[in-house]
Design a protein. Structure first.
Length: 85
């Protein structure tokens, strides 16, 4: 497999991970807020609050994954080309 194809597949993996974690964090926050609103009868306040927490967590994960993948790409680009001094 060509090096270009490997990089493309790796980047697609990173992007799909980011998308899944963004949605998962939001849904988990929404679910917790709905359950707490049923327990404490505070609808819609806790749902809105935990949905906001989920969105913040999702964007935080997006930022961390992006920074981590950028650092990995920078490290790959700094390696000297093979066969040259």
């Amino acid at each position: 497999m060509d090096e270009k194809d490997r990089k493309l597949i790796r980047m697609l993996g990173v992007l799909s991970t980011v998308g899944i974690t963004m949605v998962a964090a939001t849904v988990i926050g929404l679910f917790i807020g709905l359950k707490l609103d049923k327990v404490f009868d505070t609808s819609p306040w806790l749902t809105a609050l935990f949905l906001l927490f989920g969105l913040i967590a999702g964007f935080r994960n997006l930022f961390l994954y992006t920074r981590r993948s950028q650092q990995a790409m920078d490290a790959e680009n700094k390696e000297p080309p093979k066969g040259k001094l």
